[in-house]
Design a protein around this ligand. Structure first.
Ligand code: PEP
Ligand code: MG
Length: 543
């Protein structure tokens, strides 16, 4: 809004910046002036390996490690291009670019909708600054430093501590949740620590280069995640009246267009429920429970084998309830477990997970739950408890369904668990071409909704592994075959009065939303940061 542009730059391919494996240079341009330059120490770079034709990580040559990546004319030129793109789309953009042979290439652009809104103005702290980095997630918090060097020291991070580490990884999320603030050596504004902290609403400073060296265990510090400052001691906030709850979005005046197509939000971490709610979404189109379970860091089998199933059920109830509460009475579609063996093997007690040649085509989704019915029964026990508590806004969604018999069997088990199918919406993910093609048989079997899991539907329709960067160029959610399957399912469901939705990543793309509205979809579920842009596009398309 105030003409500010932030440019991050590193040597080699942009992947290193996005993944947070390098601390990029950070330049701030205001109008046509460079107002700030932070030159980072760039340890590694990702380059193309001519032999294998893959990318590889190499050390940055010594003389370039501390060198400024972009020249000043390049910074200014890039800022001008950025302005042009912003004007074209009419809103602030997050743009990926590259410079090769003196030419600037724009690679990708998407709207920024969240960062601006989440700036917690007035919640600043002043004190002796002992470390500086990038303000990656706003807010101020004080606490004791816990330096995490390896995963087995994660337990030392207690509620309210400040997690200090080189760079966070997904298995650190449970500790990140306990932390009052997060400080990392490495990373830029789009690295893992930055994204997760923003979803959690935890103040974070990333890319400090030397937090793990400068800070000492048990030392009390204050982190200002907006300014990117780390201060010694517990520093008082300057403007207590401008208090913002940790994780809450500051109140802003927003006019929300009313759309006939519902615009919902996806949630993976229950702690993100309040932030998801702030998007004013029409419900939750996908609540993944895998993250909840991974967060327990104990394999479900361990609970079952040690007579602690009740405890496990209570954990599920707690996580789901947080989201169901935040959205009540709006619908929350909770997806039953979709746990690939390779991800669950890393958990405590996960050593029994089978090794599969093709985990994506193997024991995951409903097929797994229908074999290991003991686990499915625990999930159903959790749902039953929630219904008894009065959460009539919860729907049950089955992942990776391939044949109507799976839906039938799952419903039988629900009934056996004492769930009244007349009172709860049950639906399936359409993420295998087979289930799209025989959608009529599913409708005959009886279901209340379907939701397109385009991440998987794309990989299975095009035979392109969604995690394989070698074929990533062939991964196309807009392939005519994928669209044809979606269009067919929407058509058949509309005839039968079955609701249709999308919860794959494609639903966060306004260009996809536009097509889906034209096809007559009932709702679209997007990521927190995409809800607003999708809603605008839906409104425009409907008009
Ligand atoms: C999908 O496949 O599009 C989806 C939403 O499920 P997941 O990404 O969890 O496989
Ligand atoms: Mg899927």
């Amino acid at each position: 809004g105030d003409d500010l542009e932030i440019i991050e730059a590193a040597w080699g391919l942009g992947e290193a910046v996005v993944s947070g494996s390098v601390s990029p240079d950070n330049y701030v341009v205001k109008g046509d002036k460079i107002t700030q330059k932070k030159i980072a120490k760039k340890e590694i770079m990702i380059v193309r390996d001519r032999k294998t034709r893959k990318t590889k990580k190499i050390d940055v040559p010594e003389d370039r490690k501390d060198a400024q990546v972009l020249t000043e004319p390049e910074i200014i030129k890039l800022a001008k291009l950025g302005k042009l793109v912003e004007e074209h789309y009419g809103k602030p953009q997050d743009i990926e670019w590259a410079v090769q042979g003196g030419e600037i290439y724009l690679l990708q652009s998407r709207p920024i909708t969240t960062i601006q809104k989440r700036e917690v103005k007035g919640d600043k702290a002043s004190g002796e600054i002992i470390l500086e980095g990038l303000g990656a997630s706003p807010g101020v918090a004080s606490g004791k430093v816990k330096i995490v060097k390896s995963m087995d020291t994660l337990d030392r991070v207690l509620d309210g501590d400040i997690l200090v580490t080189k760079m966070t990884t997904p298995d650190m999320v449970p500790a990140m949740k306990r932390s009052a603030a997060i400080v990392t050596d490495e990373g830029g504004l789009t690295c893992h620590a930055a994204i997760v902290s923003r979803e959690l609403g935890t103040p974070a400073v990333v890319g400090t280069k030397e937090a793990t060296k400068v800070l000492q265990d048990e030392q009390v510090i204050t982190v200002d995640g907006e300014m990117g400052h780390v201060m010694l001691g517990a520093v008082k906030k300057e403007a207590p009246e401008a208090k913002a709850e940790k994780g809450a979005l500051p109140a802003i005046a927003v006019t929300k267009p009313i759309t006939a197509t519902e615009v919902k939000v996806n949630v993976s971490i229950p702690e993100a429920a309040e932030r998801a709610k702030e998007t004013m979404a029409d419900g939750v189109g996908l609540l993944r429970i895998e993250h909840m379970i991974l967060g327990l860091n104990t394999h479900p089998e361990v609970y079952m084998k040690s007579g602690r199933s009740g405890e496990y059920v209570d954990e599920l109830v707690k996580g789901i309830r947080t989201v169901a509460d935040a959205f009540y009475p709006k619908p929350v579609w909770v997806r039953t477990l979709d746990a690939p063996t390779d991800e669950f093997r890393a958990m405590k007690g996960g050593e029994n997970e089978p090794f599969e040649h093709n985990p994506m085509l193997g024991m995951r989704g409903i097929r797994r739950d229908l074999r290991e019915t003991e686990h499915f029964k625990l999930e159903m026990a959790a749902f039953k408890k929630l219904f008894e508590m009065g959460y009539d806004n919860i729907g049950i969604m089955l992942p990776l369904v391939q044949h109507p018999s799976e839906l039938r069997r799952a419903k039988e088990l629900m009934v056996e668990a004492g769930i009244d199918l007349d009172k709860v919406d049950v639906g399936i993910m359409v993420e295998i071409p087979a289930s799209a093609l025989v959608i009529d048989d599913f409708i005959k079997e009886g279901l209340d909704f379907v939701s397109f899991g385009t991440n998987d539907l794309t990989q299975y329709t095009l035979a392109v592994d969604r995690n394989n960067e070698l074929v990533a160029d062939l991964y196309n959610e807009l392939h005519p075959a994928v669209l044809k399957l979606i269009e067919y399912v929407i058509g058949e469901c509309n005839k039968a009065g079955v609701k249709t939705s999308i919860c794959g990543q494609a639903g966060s793309r306004p260009d996809v939303a536009k097509r889906l509205v034209a096809m007559g979809i009932t709702s679209i579920s997007a990521n927190i940061d995409a809800v607003e842009a999708v809603r605008e596009m839906v409104a425009r398309t409907e008009h």
